[in-house]
Design a protein around this ligand. Structure first.
Ligand code: TRP
Ligand code: SF4
Length: 549
């Protein structure tokens, strides 16, 4: 796999097998920031500040290398209902976080909110994802992306202060425990800003151009908000490196990819697998590994297989089409290595280590090893132990030792009026601050996946998969009760459930949810007042909001 994940990668298998779980095809949305951007070669890119919709989630696997969540759910100790119902559909490296949680090892979760309007039921997905990880034992962080709202959305500090309060109150009301986690706003967090500055050394304008489409018109403050987000994502690892998950909508994936890339660039050492002194790329390594496994067939002495003999074998061997292009390079490197024995090993490549750190690593590698100018080969450590040792030595010698951050992606919610859920279209979304009666009314007037007449509905069943009301059940109203969500689904598609009654039930549940949530928000006021977070920067800050959209 490519070391640099900002370049397009091929994904894994296609999404399939969607039938047997209560799930919907709609998209969930966390704000109006969902979008894709056209790029010069005619393709598309995910755009965190754009406004288009994600038409096909499968494309995200194929085009961007996001992995299917379904493939990993069995490794998650107690999967959240949003995971079980396929609302969380994709991830990068979530296995690292799942394993840490399962083994009671340190892990963290962090997400951020741009305070551009009222928090709504799309944001609730992310609040719930954070709280879930907190309950599972992760150090959990929630942040207010005020720098981004000011520079990329042009909000005034007064507006930002007001919305920031509202996001935090809802997060607390839903169960976030501030004693056991941290809430902050970007602009007042000095440690964060220091980290952002350091990470900026590893971010190039050319990358911003290709990832975000930034150009000569982009304000420097907007760019600063991007490095700040990179710092947000790595902030949980400042005291101690640990697997960290960033729950977000897929529109945020460009930020995730860039942060993964930057995190890797800060590392002192890179651990790879090798077979001889040459450095093989990933595809070449597969071929050389195959040659090694079949050494009985070609080595004069299989105890000491020689590189040049492997080269001769590999030049003639049958290889899968996908590796054909790697063959010539592998053969050439093996030929150049001549009589050198082919022997598996774990390699530490020096990337950013100073002399002391490199020396310290040489010392620390146990057992048989070979030391070169800029790498060390170990014949005893496996890859995982080597990773751990490299991180330890890095941290002991003044480095960060970051784990490459992980992410999970949830679907965007469909608007109640059909189309996308948007903060700017009142009737399309339900704000967490909506009067409960208003919430009731909005659900009552939502579009549905129902048929034209009741008779047809009884005959053909409703289209739950295309119904925003069903989504409300699956994403929110059914809560942890899978049986209930499935019952609604089955009754709908089986023609036993008619839209009038179904909406009445959903609207009533929504009214109850909003009333209860708002009561809890009032109780959370006190918690919020006790937190060390400045919610009145407007009093002390003069603003020049950016005007970019
Ligand atoms: N860019 C995010 C948004 O548009 C907000 C954000 C800032 C964020 N920092 C973050 C999200 C870190 C996840 C992690 O809403
Ligand atoms: Fe949607 Fe309910 Fe009608 Fe089915 S019965 S289409 S879930 S509103």
């Amino acid at each position: 796999m490519s070391d640099d994940d900002t370049s397009p990668e091929r994904g894994t298998d296609e999404a399939d097998g969607e039938e047997n779980r209560a799930r919907t095809d709609g998209g969930a949305e966390r704000s109006r920031t969902e979008g894709r951007r056209a790029v010069p070669d005619g393709g598309v890119a995910l755009d965190p500040w754009g406004s288009a919709t994600v038409a096909d989630y499968r494309e995200l696997f194929e085009e961007f290398g996001i992995e299917e969540f379904e493939a990993i759910i069995d490794e998650v100790p107690e999967p959240h209902y949003l995971m079980r119902r396929g609302v969380i559909f994709g991830h990068r490296d979530y296995g690292a976080v799942a394993r840490a949680l399962a083994n009671d090892e340190p892990a963290a979760a962090l997400s951020g909110f741009m305070p551009t309007g009222d928090p709504h039921i799309g944001h609730k997905l992310v609040f719930d994802e954070l709280i879930y990880h907190q309950e599972q034992g992760a150090d959990t962080y929630g942040l207010i992306a005020d720098l981004e709202a000011h520079s990329a959305r042009g909000l005034t500090w007064e507006e930002i202060d007001e919305h920031a309060r509202d996001y935090l109150l809802s997060l607390l009301a839903l169960g976030f425990d501030p004693e056991d986690g941290e809430l902050y706003r970007q602009s007042t967090n000095r440690r964060l800003q220091d980290l952002a500055f350091e990470l900026g050394s590893n971010a190039r304008f050319a990358e911003f151009e290709s990832i975000y489409g930034f150009d000569g018109e982009t304000s420097v403050s907007h760019m600063q908000s991007v490095v700040t987000q990179m710092a947000d994502i790595l902030y949980p690892q400042l005291d101690e490196p640990k697997p960290t998950v960033i729950p977000v909508g897929p529109d945020q994936d460009p930020h995730v990819r860039l942060s993964r890339d930057i995190a890797r660039k800060t590392r002192y050492f890179r651990v790879t697998e090798a077979f001889a002194s040459p450095e093989f790329d990933a595809a070449e390594r597969v071929l050389v590994g195959r040659a090694y496994d079949r050494r009985e067939e070609w080595a004069e002495d299989p105890e000491t297989p020689r590189c040049e003999d492997a080269a001769a074998w590999l030049a003639e061997a049958d290889v899968d089409a996908e590796f054909e292009s790697a063959r010539a390079g592998a053969v050439e490197k093996l030929e150049n290595a001549g009589m050198e024995p082919l022997r598996p090993r774990t390699r530490f490549l020096d990337r950013n280590a100073d002399e002391d750190a490199f020396e310290a690593l040489i010392e620390a590698v146990p057992g048989e090893k070979r030391v070169f100018d800029a790498h060390i080969d170990s014949f005893e450590l496996d890859r995982e132990d080597a990773e751990e040792l490299a991180r330890e030595v890095e941290v002991d010698n003044g480095g960060f030792g970051f784990y490459t951050p992980s992410s999970i992606y949830h679907r965007f919610m469909t608007g109640l009026t059909g189309g996308k859920m948007s903060s700017s279209i009142e009737a399309s979304h339900i704000s967490l601050l909506d009067d409960p009666e208003e919430g009731y009314d909005k659900v009552k007037s939502a579009t549905t996946g129902g048929r034209e007449t009741a008779d047809k509905q009884r005959e053909l069943g409703g289209k739950a998969d295309e119904c925003p009301v069903y989504e409300l059940y699956a994403y929110l109203l059914a809560n942890d009760d899978d049986g209930f969500a499935e019952e609604v689904y089955e009754e709908c598609v089986g023609g036993e459930r008619l839209c009038g009654g179904c909406k009445e039930q959903a609207a009533t549940l929504m009214r109850e949810f909003l009333a209860d949530h708002q009561e809890k928000r009032e109780e959370a006021e006190e918690l919020l007042a006790d937190l060390d977070i400045d919610l009145d920067v407007d009093g002390s800050r003069r603003g020049i909001p950016g005007d970019e959209e």
